[in-house]
Design a protein around this ligand. Structure first.
Ligand code: VG1
Ligand code: CO
Length: 544
């Protein structure tokens, strides 16, 4: 079968954001929109002839349509083989593992992650490179440049392949193998964690709820938690992936998982609650009477990870995204290991992980992961927590409190203002940036003195690349911070994210309400940036 070359014209809006290209489904459904983007990815790569490409997504609306297109374009461009998850399903961390395990050239991950799905919801395409991680900026920049001038793409006239049939099929000169999306990932988890200890925990009567949010982790959680680990049936809720996420918002935070949170705060509720997002790379952790902020979770996991067999020799270092609280920094300091601060987005962790400089990474946006793959990994974090609980034989709340007694507590919150007018948001950030040089040395609220104020620039210590304008940081002498940046994953208008952090020493007060503890900083941020006054909002859209 010979490849056809189809003429096309560029779309001006195919610039990948924090995690691939994300747009509304009606945007992706425009003629040649998917084709242009995928061909632009392939045009930006070299040496994939005869190689393997992994394709999978979170099962959202349009997943199946895009996968069939991607398979034809891959075949016409000369890939030797495509590995695709059954039903088109692969969680983001599972896709990362498949790329690494089968030494694929790269992979297409089809997801808009925590954004809602459906005919009017969001869709997304991300390219991952051979280490299993998101393509670095050098590649995403090249892809974007290519989308601006693309004039043709290659495809084949072939029928759709049967995505439900495990085994191999042929598309032109290319082999398509439909694989079990769960098996390899489950085996990887089993190699890292003490499954016997976790099984014993469940036998002892420990109760948990895992909310898969009608998204991709359902099959993984059913197989691992209820299957391999013997958790009672019903432990996993909302465990069947739905193209619309049952009309929900698959973002595991206190807004969209409020019911589970409230259940965990009752005396008869389960001991442990967890959830994951649309594509399975985020995690929410709630113990009985204790919500664990993702920043704290990163620090706690780093401090206890040696209790899991896969990490028994300790860790090389920790990396966190810039807006993530400095709680993990204190763990790294105590362990005497490297600590790295990177821009938002998992793609910045890849080089550090590949070089063996760090083992654990995390983001305040409910993302934690390790060197086992090159994506954040929701179920991995849940299993590591379970492993720690099983070995320490303590509850989440007790473990968190003990941690604060050793390291102090970083009170932390994020205020999101969604769907703000993009021009207003841009101007607001520009105006705040202009104030930065005058801030160091200034004192607010009597005793909060600005130590530094800058727009974060990252210098990658491995490849020497520089990423500028990654978010505004205002740091105070007591360790408090205000961070403001624009989201790179939203699909409508602009989303302003305001991150606030305050450090309370080991012998300080650890029982304050988070929003109250941060009130002075919230006031300073409003005085400096004027998010509320300039956007006309009286409160954030989401507080996490
Ligand atoms: C958000 C989070 C970021 C995360 C990214 C992708 O990006 O802040 O930490 O890496 O989403 O996560 P932004 O630019 O909107 O702040 V996922 O689970 O949506 O792939
Ligand atoms: Co996600």
């Amino acid at each position: 079968m010979t490849a056809k070359t189809i003429e096309t014209t560029p779309y001006s809006d195919q610039k990948p954001g924090t995690s691939g290209l994300r747009k509304r489904v009606p945007v992706f459904s425009q003629p040649n929109y998917v084709e242009n983007f995928i061909q632009s990815i392939f045009d930006s790569l070299e040496g994939f002839g005869g190689q393997t490409l992994v394709i999978g997504g979170d099962g959202r609306f349009y997943n199946d349509v895009a996968i069939q297109k991607a398979i034809r374009i891959a075949a016409a461009n000369g890939f030797g083989k495509v590995l695709v998850g059954q039903g088109g399903i692969l969680s983001t961390p599972a896709a990362s593992n498949i790329i690494r395990h089968y030494k694929a050239f790269g992979g297409l991950v089809l997801s808009a992650s925590h954004n809602p799905g459906g005919p009017d919801g969001d869709f997304g395409i991300k390219y991952n490179v051979s280490n299993g991680g998101p393509a670095p900026e050098r590649i995403t920049d090249a892809v974007y440049a290519r989308t601006q001038v693309i004039d043709s793409y290659k495809t084949l006239d072939t029928p759709d392949i049967d995505l439900n049939l495990i085994g191999t099929q042929q598309v032109g000169g290319m082999v398509v193998e439909v694989i079990d999306p769960v098996a390899d990932y489950a085996a990887l988890m089993q190699s890292l964690f003490d499954f016997d200890a976790i099984r014993a925990l469940f036998v002892s009567g420990f109760r948990m709820t895992f909310d898969a949010m009608h998204a991709v982790t359902g099959p993984y959680a059913h197989a691992i938690l209820e299957g391999m680990l013997g958790a009672p049936k019903g432990t996993v809720i909302n465990g069947t992936p739905s193209p619309t996420f049952n009309n929900g918002h698959p973002d595991p935070n206190l807004v969209y998982c409020k019911e589970m949170h409230d259940l965990l705060m009752t005396p008869d509720g389960p001991d442990f609650g967890a959830a994951s997002d649309g594509d399975g790379d985020r995690n929410l952790i709630i113990g009985k009477n204790r919500f664990v902020t993702p920043s704290d979770s990163l620090a706690l996991l780093a401090a206890n990870v040696h209790l899991a067999p896969g990490y028994k020799d300790g860790i090389a270092g920790i990396a966190r995204s810039m807006p993530t609280s400095a709680a993990a920094d204190r763990v790294a300091e105590k362990l005497g290991i490297e600590m790295h601060e990177t821009p938002t987005g998992w793609k910045f962790f890849g080089n550090l992980l590949d070089a063996g400089r760090v083992t654990i990474c995390g983001e305040e946006s409910a993302g934690t992961g390790s060197s086992h793959v090159r994506e954040k990994d929701g179920l991995w974090a849940v299993l590591l927590w379970l492993n720690i609980l099983a070995v320490r034989k303590q509850g989440v709340d007790e473990i968190v409190r003990e941690h604060w007694k050793i390291y102090g507590r970083n009170y932390y919150t994020r205020h999101d203002y969604e769907e703000v007018d993009a021009a207003i948001a841009g101007q607001l950030v520009d105006d705040l940036r202009a104030q930065l040089p005058g801030l160091p040395g200034k004192t607010f609220e009597d005793d909060l003195q600005v130590a530094f104020a800058d727009d974060f620039t990252y210098h990658d210590p491995i490849d020497g690349s520089t990423s500028a304008k990654q978010g505004i940081r205002i740091g105070f002498t007591d360790g408090s911070r205000i961070v403001l940046r624009l989201s790179g994953t939203g699909t409508v208008g602009a989303t302003l994210r305001l991150y606030l952090e305050r450090y309370e020493a080991a012998d300080g007060r650890h029982d304050l309400d988070t929003q109250l503890a941060l009130e002075p900083l919230i006031g300073i941020a409003e005085a400096l940036a004027g998010v509320k006054s300039r956007t006309g909002r009286d409160a954030p859209s989401v507080i996490t």
